[in-house]
Design a protein around this ligand. Structure first.
Ligand SMILES: Cc1ncc(COP(=O)(O)O)c(C=O)c1O
Length: 395
């Protein structure tokens, strides 16, 4: 069977591959602990579920406007003002089937063959793929652990050519957990404004910042007209399966993205939209508890990782991932098994320690692996003890 070049160039999701490998082992009765999760392990809060039940009972089961209901867009505009200090009107917002879908809408509306889009490494696995799907080419800008994954004007400019049309920025970051500081954000704004580049600002983890401060790129006055703010209900409200995300930008672009979405999917799920509205209109009292749990798990995990010989990990300031550097283990052996790369180590940890992690090469950073701490403290303690034991066996 033959498929399009577009599909042939698409990389399957590395996180999915890890999940499938773990499922195969579990089917054999092995107790596998997963550090692969990209979603909170908490349940969607009750009042949000109740709002969905009510929407169903009230018959809110029909198509909505393609870019979302007016009342949800207004709730989003109010949230962006309250939490982020951003002035958006309802006609500047496109509600979609998740943040990932928002990114896809943006790429399909703004970029095409011949264009280049800057992607900072380490990057979320989806960014290069959605850029490629639009026909444009991802151009990688490396950031470094030694700088806590901050970025300078010089680093960005090294990737800029006359074909550069956009850059994707993610703070807090998946996979590194880094939160971009004001200097990095100013560098991004300066480069974007001076070179007429769109900023796609993926702020999906904004509610999960533990140290430092989350600053929205669109809050820089010069950048407002060049920025698309991308958000999701997935992480802060534990609503990954509900599939609601949104983008906010200048009206003309929002309208073009709405036109694309209207033809591509019709509209986002009506019931999930009413539930999202209730989520945004209610004070998120549960969040303080979730954040505390994430902080405790993070602190435990980072300390445990740093105690392993050959593993080092800086403190992530946000999201729910640890991104340790493991390259000092490359070249080591346990019996016949030799570890030469992040993927070898991932396989070794699954086979020997029965834990799943994601290899850093999936994020453009092959010296690292990613562990999610969106799992119970008990699983973290047991899984990291097994990890330490497996590392200890490497000589
Ligand atoms: C950095 C980043 N952006 C966006 C998303 C999109 O999430 P969703 O499509 O569930 O809104 C994710 C999910 O893992 C993510 O990690």
């Amino acid at each position: 069977m033959s498929f399009t070049k577009r599909i042939n160039a698409l990389q399957p999701s590395a996180t999915m591959a890890v999940i499938e490998a773990a499922a195969r082992l579990r089917a054999q009765g092995v107790d596998v602990i997963s550090f692969g999760a990209g979603e909170p392990d908490f349940d969607t809060p009750k009042h949000i579920v109740e709002a969905a039940n009510k929407a169903l009972a009230d018959g809110k089961t029909r198509y909505t406007p393609g870019s979302g209901t007016q009342s949800l867009k207004q709730a989003i505009a109010d949230k962006l003002k309250k939490d982020n200090g951003l002035d958006y009107q309802a006609n500047q917002i496109v509600v979609s089937n998740g943040g990932k879908h928002s990114l896809f809408n943006i790429m399909m509306t703004l970029f095409e063959a011949g264009d280049e889009v800057l992607v900072l490494t380490p990057y979320w696995v989806t960014y290069p793929e959605v850029v490629k799907l639009s026909g444009a080419e991802p151009v990688y800008v490396e950031t470094h652990e030694a700088d806590h994954f901050q970025v300078s004007k010089e680093q960005l400019l090294a990737g800029v050519t006359e074909r550069t049309k956009g850059m994707i920025i993610n703070t807090p970051s998946n996979p590194s957990g880094a939160v971009l500081n004001r200097d990095s954000l100013q560098a991004i704004v300066d480069v974007a404004v001076e070179n007429d580049i769109w900023i796609i600002s993926d702020e999906c983890y904004e509610a999960l910042v533990y140290d430092g401060e989350h600053i929205s790129l669109a809050s820089f006055e010069q950048a407002y007209d060049k920025t698309i703010t991308v958000q999701t209900m997935s992480k802060a409200f534990a609503m990954t399966g509900w599939r609601i995300g949104y983008a906010a930008t200048v009206p003309e672009l929002a309208s073009a993205m709405g036109k694309f979405q209207g033809q591509a999917t019709g509209c986002p799920n009506s019931i999930a939209q009413y539930a999202s509205e209730a989520a945004l209109r209610t004070e998120p009292l549960f969040l303080a508890d979730w954040r505390n749990q994430f902080i405790q798990r993070r602190n435990y995990m980072i300390e445990a990782l740093n105690q392993m010989a050959g593993v080092t990990c800086i403190m992530p300031e946000g999201a729910f991932y640890a991104f340790p550097k493991v390259s000092a283990l490359f070249g080591k052996k346990a019996g016949d098994i030799q570890i030469q790369s992040d993927t070898d180590l991932t396989k070794y940890l699954l086979d020997v320690a029965h834990i799943t992690v994601v290899p850093g090469s999936a994020f453009g950073a092959p010296e690292h692996i990613r562990l999610s701490y969106a799992t119970s403290m008990e699983a973290i303690k047991t899984g990291l003890a097994r990890f330490a034991e497996a590392v200890h066996k490497l000589k």
